[in-house]
Design a protein around this ligand. Structure first.
Ligand code: FER
Length: 293
């Protein structure tokens, strides 16, 4: 009788996890993108706080010639702890929102602490992180009306600056693997929309794509994914996340629903919060440890 009870208990415990595992899909890279956020463990307390006595990365400013805009443009670059130019690195391009610039992540989201801590815990592949200015226009500062049509249009123009100017500059001036398997593109809000718009269009350039709290600049999934099977076979990771109380949740939710219906493997994480920095820090924490693996 006792044995029977243990058996019943075991079955009761196993059945839900079995059915859960069956509902997930596996892509070619061994990543298991689930259609729910069920197994994504929220970032632990202190994940974005300064931790003393660990090795730290460095941040530098770089300038590159933009043939797209016709002038020199600036970006920030984080190199990881123990950076050694005789090694070869992956590259993550991390894009800002409508009111931001190349400093927004660094000033508001603690990416240095997040990344340094993840390296200290041995959870990251070696990568450099590039923080561009995603507003590709002559005066790219977030001043005046940040919603002005020319400024919003410059977020679209950035596709050409990124592909034709910045990525080649990084490939030629940093010790990086210059191919799609070793390049990731992610961003917050306008930058999330850009990551989906440019990343899914240029899977020959980026195969790890992350979109945090994507803005309405996001094109439709049917536009970006005309051939779901082909997209699925090329992608290493498509990450979508958003705060549950974000006024722009509908953008991410619609995109998730569409890629779900297309059977394109992806991860969907409904985070706690609104359209705010803590959700983007959390997005970086989750995304960074899943790329280049
Ligand atoms: C919009 C609302 C918000 C929009 C963009 C945003 C282009 C961007 C928000 C952000 O980047 O934080 O209608 O249209």
């Amino acid at each position: 009788m006792k044995k029977l009870m243990i058996l019943v208990l075991l079955i009761a415990l196993l059945v839900p996890s079995m059915s859960y595992a069956q509902s997930s899909t596996q892509n070619t890279n061994g990543v298991s993108p689930l259609s729910t956020g069920g197994t994504i463990i929220p970032a632990p307390q202190g994940y974005d706080a300064y931790r003393p006595n660990i090795a730290r990365g460095n941040v530098q400013q770089i300038s590159y010639y933009s043939s797209t805009v016709g002038k020199m443009r600036n970006a920030m670059v984080y190199t990881p702890p123990g950076y050694n130019p005789s090694q070869t690195y992956n590259v993550l391009y991390l894009l800002h929102g409508i009111g931001g610039d190349q400093y927004e992540w660094l000033n508001g989201m603690n990416p240095r602490n997040i990344l340094d801590n993840l390296y200290a815990d041995n959870k990251l592949e070696p990568m450099i992180v590039v923080f561009p200015n995603g507003r590709a226009m002559w005066d790219d500062r977030p001043i005046g009306d940040i919603f002005a049509p020319d400024k919003v249009a410059a977020f679209e123009t950035f596709e050409f600056d990124l592909i034709n100017d910045l990525v080649p500059y990084i490939d030629n001036n940093f010790p990086v693997y210059a191919n799609a398997q070793n390049r990731a593109l992610a961003g917050l809000s306008m930058g999330g929309g850009q990551s989906l718009n440019f990343g899914l269009k240029h899977l020959d350039k980026f195969t790890w794509i992350g979109a945090f709290s994507s803005a309405p600049n996001t094109k439709s999934a049917s536009q970006l994914i005309p051939n779901p099977a082909q997209t699925a076979s090329k992608l290493n990771l498509l990450w979508l996340s958003c705060g549950a109380s974000d006024y722009l949740l509908w953008v991410s939710q619609n995109f998730h629903n569409s890629v779900d219906a297309m059977n394109v493997p992806h991860m969907w994480y409904l985070d706690v919060g609104g359209h705010e920095g803590k959700v983007w820090s959390s997005g970086l924490y989750q995304f960074a440890q899943r790329i280049f693996k």
